[in-house]
Design a protein around this ligand. Sequence first.
Ligand code: 9WN
Length: 437
Amino acid sequence: EQPAPTAPADHLTLRRGAARVLIDNWTGSSTVPSRTLYPHQWSWDSAFIAIGLRHFSVRRAQQELESLLAGQWADGRLPHIVFNPRVPYGAYFPSPDFWQSSQAGRAGGAPASPETSGIVQPPVHALAAWLVHCSDPAESDRRGFLSRMYPGLTAWHDYLLTRRRLADGGLAAVIHPWEPGMDNSPCWDRPLARVEPADAFRRADLANGNPADRPTDLDYGRYVRLAESYRAANYDDRTATHRFAVEDPAFNALLVTSELALARIAAHLGRSPEPHTERAAQLTRTVVDRLWDDKSGLFRARDLVDDTLIDERSVAGLVPLIIPGLPTDLVNALVETLNGPGFRAPATDLVPSYDLTGPSFDPKRYWRGPAWFNTAWLIERGLRTHGRHEDARRLSRAVVTEAGRSGFAEYIDPATGEARGARNFSWTAALALDLLH
Ligand code: 9WN
């Protein structure tokens, strides 16, 4: 007699566990990334969270994105944090009294409320909005979801491609290491070395996180200095000068993908998709021209202060696999890099955030080596986009297995699978849930 297959029961338990995390982290209008470490709403987290939420509550998934857009500035910027007024300032640093968006952000048209940060995060939102729509188009149309989202999402992309295009013919630039969402990546070590660290600030993260898993005080001093100087310029991109200005491959690849999602949204609303498809095609060429590094077999970040490619290999350089129009030889090279010694984590099959053989690799410390679930999800999608189904299935299985085994950890040690950072982390649960469907 054949033994009964066990996978469906495991998957049911996992789905329930993942949904439980998202339910527990729901605040009534959005989801916190983590109850302990991140008690407000974060920009790219919300996009990933909506992608998971749509599987058990399309309504909540829509609300997640709508509440994020309520923090949008008049210049189109979508802030990286929308603060919850009910949470005490001491629970997270930097809090609203640091950013002062409703005062210092006037030049950019920050809302009078809610309070927000002044910087941004990667543009995953149009992709998320489209995926949320697709999971229940009738309900989406009934609520006018896409027609309400489209103007804000278009303004967001316009902001990135006007105010944040810092080099002629360049890409959207990030001006703070929090913006690409991979805060202490070794890619930022060299550009950050130019920044004099601030000394008067009080971190809140160490009360809830293990110092060995988190950025160092020196990094934080530099993050604070950069944010303070942007605030001193009233977050005005027309007048601010930047000691940190970088074109990041993952950030721009997500912009391409989201621009293609905007094309679909436009077509669904009876508008012309062409401005979006043209922009996506042009951006794809620019990403390749400006960031591809044949020698390393991946994309690298461009430091705009000295106009050079940063000599570090990180997972951000593999994320452009998600771009549908990528030339085939580059797809082949990326897949080879992904399966090579630098990025194939033997024990977990996940993708480390930084080259396993690189000089700055650290298996525990945040974006300097640990494997994260959002980047794995993006790469899995990229593999499928390019017909690499076997590699995609392997990665998808790894995401689901390791998410469950780690208690939906924020990130894991890529060599041992040991959970690091926060547990019950929202995007880990959301993206595992998505891959289980
Ligand atoms: C700063 C919320 C965010 C993620 C980022 C991750 C981390 C914040 C922090 O947490 O950054 O934005 O305080 O460390 O690096 O990707 O969006 O989950």
